[in-house]
Design a protein around this ligand. Structure first.
Ligand code: BGP
Length: 477
């Protein structure tokens, strides 16, 4: 008997903006990701425009818009039972504020979801994955404006109705807690160094998103009682750098800055500590009395989260982050990836237990993976042992967490096929079990090729997590 329950969902996860391309096809409008160039500084000096002569990786990405049928077929070869992707809001409402949806966009996803089902994959759909319509940011100031609640409601109602019976698992906002460190992604707001009172803006946007998420949950349940609607956070844990009580306390405060989001989403009310945050930072939220009723009624059904690494925090450190979480001090006990992300499988067990203790709600590990530089050998093979090791160690810890009593609905490996990196726009930060021949500058044939890890994940799924041995898949030197 496997430790994993029979109905455990093994799958893979991508996001529309990192895979589809076709950025102006089928009536699509521009989203915040469409104006981000390649490089670690892709968020600096943004003018919120597409500039002539600049390469934007999301514009073509891996061309999933045109190739999704073949790609899904290829991924199905591993036996995936679910597939997480997002609906690009701008394919349905190109500017975000229209009253009528774009039929071409709706038809595109209908076909995609049917294809997933044909291959036995349950669609797991994020409603907003770093894809706020650019028009809403420019004209309304993004999520800090309450008007977006209504626009989002309209969008959600449209897709819930259209995909009723096709999609059951939903998530509202991807990594909503990135509102602090990556506000354009996390909260669709353009916060720069010149922004006065950034915390006011961040918490106002967060409040509006909480109301919007709660409304989405209520509408989704009303349209189809079988809908399971989760929230989604980035929850790689934060350790204190030392046992100095100052470090311990601050690391916990920083952790609470993230858990604040799941507290509201899952408990249906603001945590007590928010009063103090507001007072100390002169935050005054623009709210309506019914907002709190919606937040109370529209709690999420499960907690979806991403997990990549852990971070180390020292009191007084400047708080910076990227897509993987907080950027802290170097942890001498852990190895790091080429991108400096510490590899810490035990932290996954730690975090599953932390979240189960705090919420007693089902968890869904909707992102976990490792960005690696892959090398194609002369015989055309790609022996990605590092990726297999990472996968093994994390599945092992997920198994332990289940033994600890955590309810985990499923596991979707981040980027089962190589896609554009959200943090840097690179293609060469590869997560996939399937290689895509494309380089950081956009060159390449876009040919797909299975890596060794493809067979490994297949084996894990086939044995429902029982057989984690990969040595037989690697070449003896
Ligand atoms: C998460 C995002 C994803 C994804 C992943 C890996 O923050 O939800 O969109 O890309 O991190 O990050 P990166 O692509 O920067 O390596």
């Amino acid at each position: 008997m496997s430790v994993f329950p029979k109905n455990f969902l093994w799958g893979g996860a991508i996001a529309a903006n990192q895979a589809e391309g076709g950025y102006r096809e089928g009536g699509k409008g521009l989203s915040v990701t469409d104006i981000l160039p390649v490089g670690p500084n892709r968020f600096n000096d943004l003018t919120l425009e597409v500039k002539e002569g600049v390469f934007y990786p999301s514009h073509e990405a891996i061309d999933f818009y045109h190739t999704y049928k073949e790609d899904i077929q290829l991924l199905a070869g591993m036996g995936l039972q679910c597939f997480r992707t997002s609906i690009a809001w701008t394919r349905i409402f190109p500017n975000g504020d229209e009253s009528e949806p774009n039929e071409e966009g709706l038809a595109f996803y209908e076909e995609m979801f049917k294809t997933l089902r044909e291959y036995g994959m349950e669609p797991v759909i994020t409603l907003s994955h770093f894809e706020t319509p650019l028009h809403l940011v420019k004209e309304y100031g993004g999520w800090k404006n309450r008007k977006l609640i209504q626009f989002f409601e309209n969008y959600c109602r449209t897709v819930f109705e259209r995909y009723k019976g096709l999609v059951r698992y939903w998530m509202t906002f991807n990594e909503i807690n990135h509102a602090h460190t990556l506000p354009l992604f996390g909260a669709g707001i353009h916060v720069t160094e010149k922004t006065e009172q950034p915390l006011q803006v961040i918490y106002q946007a967060s409040h509006n998103m909480f109301v919007a998420s709660a409304k989405a949950v209520l509408i989704g349940h009303e349209i189809d009682k079988d809908n399971q609607i989760g929230c989604m956070l980035s929850l790689s844990p934060i350790y204190p750098a030392t046992c100095n009580p100052e470090d311990v306390f601050e690391a916990n405060e920083l952790r609470r800055r993230s858990l604040f989001y799941s507290d509201v989403h899952l408990r249906g009310e603001y945590p007590a500590y928010f009063e103090r945050i507001k007072k100390e930072n002169n935050i005054e939220l623009d709210t309506e009395p019914e907002d709190f009723e919606f937040i109370k009624q529209g709690t999420c059904d499960y907690l979806g989260f991403s997990f990549y690494r852990s971070s180390l925090h020292e009191a007084g450190m400047k708080i910076l982050g990227n897509t993987g979480g907080i950027l802290g001090k170097k942890n001498p006990y852990l190895k790091e990836t080429n991108w400096g992300w510490p590899i810490d499988p035990l932290a996954l067990r730690y975090v599953c237990n932390e979240l189960t203790d705090r919420y007693q709600k089902p968890l869904f590990i909707v992102e976990n993976g490792i960005g690696v530089i892959d090398e194609i050998k002369e015989d055309g093979s790609i022996e990605d042992t590092e990726r297999m090791m990472y996968l093994k160690d994390h599945v092992e810890m997920m198994k332990e967490a289940i033994k600890d009593g955590c309810i985990i609905l499923g596991y979707t490996w981040w980027g089962p096929i190589d896609i554009v990196s959200a943090g840097t726009g690179e293609m060469e930060k590869r997560y996939g079990f399937v290689y895509v021949d494309k380089n950081n500058d956009g060159s390449g044939t876009r040919e797909r090729r299975k890596k060794k890890s493809y067979d490994y994940y297949k084996q894990i799924i086939e044995t429902n997590g029982k057989n984690l041995d990969y040595i037989h898949l690697t070449k003896k030197e």
